[in-house]
Design a protein around this ligand. Sequence first.
Ligand code: AQP
Length: 345
Amino acid sequence: MTDFKERVFSGVQPTGNLHLGNYLGAIKRFVELQESRDCIYCVVDMHALTAQLYQPDLPAQTREVTAAFLACGIDPARNIVFNQSQVSGHAELAWIFNCVARMGWLGRMTQFKEKAGKDRENASVGLFAYPNLMAADILLYRATHVPVGEDQKQHLELTRDIAQKFNVDFAEAIAGHGHGEAYFPLTEPLIGGPAARVMSLRDGSKKMSKSDPSDYSRINLTDDADTIAQKVRKAKTDAEPLPSEAAGLAKRPEAENLVGIYAALSNREPAEVLGEFGGSQFSAFKGALVDLAVDRLGPIGAEMKRLQADPAHIDRVLAEGSERAAAIAAETIVAVKDIVGFVRH
Ligand code: AQP
């Protein structure tokens, strides 16, 4: 099998309201991975159009996600930080993947079903084809690992299906152009930990989400200490005290969610958290969670605001990152055009 250089890629949509789920499920893990891997982190602005076409705040939201990356500790000198629309290879490869992926594959995507809702006829073609663009984002850099939240698992499986079909259907051309047995890696998702799926603070059966109409359902990265405290205190819970062991969280989604958030913020396992708080009432546990959340998120929110006050600096980071990303992307696009059979002049 072809050996691929280890490379991490992941993205976040600039659709506003960056929240604790985005941080614990994705950005915090991006920061950890930069210690050991070659990483590319992207603000996926083209994806942002799939849900709502005209977004006057898109530039500010793009800078907000970039500021969050930097404020959380991603170093743009060691990693590549850029916005998707500035590297044309994403759109070029996505078109080829539109022709690789099958309608049936995309029709099974649960995120499309959820986001399109009952009015499917009115959903944009972009929302339907979103997973193909996501596969292009990842495979343009022939990334081997993608840290994401649990909600993206199915899209990662589709990315592997696309890579596999491309490798098989073009096997002769791939070998003929000197790329060995496979041109694209079968990318591994990196999903895990106690916060792979952070749930809404108002309803333990729904994931915490940017688009939830209730601001009390999520903790935003820019919330101040008072707002965080209010949201945690109002978070839905049940009447029982916390159990002493993780098995006792079964069928208690709200308790499980708050314990998972505490564990992820303190870099511990839920069992250890319950070792400390088992038997406590929620009022006491919520107090400790407020202190921890304010301690961890306060500096991030403050640094985001500081960075956002200097948009020119953020734009320079994105411009430099886009140039470095484009250099890697160009190699893939040249190779893919050769493999597919487009005549180059
Ligand atoms: N609730 C969550 N728990 C853990 N991880 C999460 N992620 C999102 N929500 C949670 C992860 O954050 C990364 C960036 O997500 P995105 O920008 O692609 O947006 P999304 O997955 O569509 O989720 P949002 O933020 O909730 O937006 P909407 O409301 O539009 O659905 C991804 O790695 C994602 O897994």
